[in-house]
Design a protein around this ligand. Sequence first.
Ligand code: ADP
Ligand code: MG
Length: 270
Amino acid sequence: MSDLAPLSDGSRRDAIIRVRDLVVGFRDRTILKGLNLDIRRGEILGFVGPSGQGKSVLTRTILGLVPKRSGQIEVFGEDMDGLTIARRRQIEQRWGVLFQQGALFSALTVKQNIQMPMREHLNLSERLLDEFARLKIEMVGLKPDAADKLPSELSGGMIKRAALARSLALDPEILFLDEPTSGLDPIGAGEFDELVATLKQTLGLTVFMVTHDLDSLYTACDRIAALGDGQIIAEGPIETMLASNHPWVRSYFHGKRGRAVVTAPRHAHA
Ligand SMILES: Nc1ncnc2c1ncn2[C@@H]1O[C@H](COP(=O)(O)OP(=O)(O)O)[C@@H](O)[C@H]1O
Ligand SMILES: [Mg+2]
């Protein structure tokens, strides 16, 4: 991609995450084939692509949960290779994750779920743990009485919000959201997108969001990157995607659903 500078150059300020020449595979299959991508500080970057292409694999590789074959991943200006365990743990505290199957622990209440990362990483009194959980619950737009509910007592939208609150537990700078609105109805999905956009504004978050939701791409994302055959096939604001000549990008953004969104943005009637 033309606007991607090599890792060795000095202009790093803008990118909070840099991925260069990333190759990831499983056994005899190569999933990511020399992928290059920047995630810029303060943006919501939407990540799209056909199912099974490696969107979750990229996310998990950046997070260090899937090994790479080659390439470089730089987070906060640090090469993720060769970090000490202590340093890695420090970096991990600066990101929050909401996985595709981002289930809460079903035996724990919302409050206990949110407090889990805090208990793991911080040494806080019970009073502070309760206070911080209360704040996170408020931040994601849940009512205070959600704190003591079990996941089974919540609607799908409330579960997503509670999982989001847990991913915000350690006040991260980057949020990874893997298809956060899948399974929600359009209005619930729209409200979730608005919440993410609001949190980005108020908390100064950088968000990497894997999504299939065209509405999210139009209303919540600052830029979009599309994955195809193991590489980024188009990257830029929505206008760039609409102007792309790549067949998959064209059909995705100009298909029936795409046009419906252009003429009737979801937030106008939600
Ligand atoms: N741990 C794994 N072992 C083997 N294959 C995997 C593993 N994780 C993902 N894959 C394969 O990698 C491909 C990309 O998966 P994924 O990133 O989940 O796709 P998506 O773009 O839908 O998120 C799929 O074919 C999947 O089966
Ligand atoms: Mg996936």
